[in-house]
Design a protein around this ligand. Structure first.
Ligand code: KG4
Ligand code: ZN
Length: 324
């Protein structure tokens, strides 16, 4: 089954063509980093216009890369939500239109489920497993029982991890996109330089706002040009990864589930990937998507349309949504 997927929920316009949910024939991502850089973050209205400018070009590019024509496709799909409404509308309406024009079915996809499905790309991974989903908008531990049945075991009660990365980066005067640059800086710093606190919250909760405030408190102790950015980044990154991995492992053990995977933009983080990898020595089976399938992309959307599309009697009537 050949599915074309479109993703436009935030600041990446993406189109991919995926076979049977696992084999990527085309994966095109047009990033808006250059556009939003000067604003220090994503401006929703500007992002929506950028999606409009690039969507047709990237669809054409995907056909070219996969060397197929629309007639050979079985289905069109797009992210329906959660995300920025004006942005989502662009990809969703493009996919619906393609489905009507080419007389093929349309399937809607939930962005969070798509992140989870990124783990199926180029792999033989099968549920059940525990998934740590960490992105710019979400921090969740999910029990994936089968391809279409999931249960949220824990989630953040304030900021999402990606959001905290971006905010701490800004506090350290690291430009947008902060997460990835902070990660690079952390790799050169001393993780023991600062002992940042871990939030005391319920077992089914995460909280990162206290950590953010603790980082700010340390930053204020230094003159801007004397700020030990690398050490702050390393100590912050260590605490985040430690908190996330400990809780994920707790739920895996509680549910007697030996397979742990990660998903979402922050799953590209070097410390988190290292800590996940280390679990292998304790007899866990671990998996994380390739870096390009962690951050927003459309291959995960096409994969999700295959494994776990939004259930609907008439998917063409699905409407965008900003939050779950
Ligand atoms: O999944 P994603 O591309 O978009 C959302 O669905 O939100 O995640 C974007 C988030 C941003 O907050 C970004 O700073 C963060 O992922 N991110 C990282 C890294 N790469 C991206 N955070 C930490 N380390 C990274 N290497
Ligand atoms: Zn995302």
């Amino acid at each position: 089954m050949l599915i074309l997927g479109l993703e436009s929920s935030c600041d990446e316009t993406a189109c991919a063509i995926v076979k049977d949910g696992r084999e990527v024939l085309a994966n095109i991502v047009s990033s808006q980093i250059k556009t939003h850089e000067k604003f220090g973050g994503v401006v929703p209205e500007v992002a929506a216009r950028e999606h409009l400018n690039s969507i047709n070009l990237i669809i054409k590019e995907a056909y070219k890369q996969a060397q197929i024509t629309p007639d050979e496709l079985d289905c069109f799909s797009a992210t329906v939500g959660p995300g920025l409404v004006g942005c989502l509308l662009v990809g969703l309406n493009a996919a619906k239109t393609l489905s009507i024009v080419h007389n093929k079915p349309f399937l809607g996809v939930n962005h969070l489920n798509a992140h989870v499905c990124a783990n199926f790309i180029d792999s033989n991974l099968k549920p059940p497993f525990i998934c740590l989903l960490v992105s710019g908008g979400h921090t969740q531990i999910i029990r994936v029982k089968n391809y279409s049945e999931q249960e949220i075991l824990a989630q953040t009660i304030d900021d999402a991890v990606g959001e905290v990365y971006d905010k701490v980066a800004r506090l350290c005067s690291i430009p947008y996109p902060g997460g990835i640059l902070l990660d690079k800086m952390a790799q050169e710093g001393n993780k023991n330089a600062f002992n940042f606190p871990e939030a005391k919250v319920g077992i089914d909760e995460f909280s990162f706002s206290g950590l953010k405030t603790a980082v700010l408190r340390e930053i204020k102790k230094f003159k801007p040009d004397e700020l030990p950015k690398k050490d702050i980044a390393a100590s912050f990154q260590y605490k985040v990864a430690d908190t996330l991995i400990k809780k994920t492992k707790y739920f895996a053990d509680k549910l007697n589930c030996k397979t742990i995977v990660m998903a979402g933009g922050v799953a590209a983080n070097s410390e988190l990937r290292k800590r996940l990898q280390e679990l292998k020595a304790q007899d866990y089976i671990t998996h994380a998507p390739a870096l390009k399938y962690c951050t927003d992309n459309a291959a995960m959307v096409a994969s999700c349309a295959y494994f776990n599309p939004i259930k609907s009697d008439n998917p063409l009537l699905l409407e965008v949504f900003s939050r779950e």
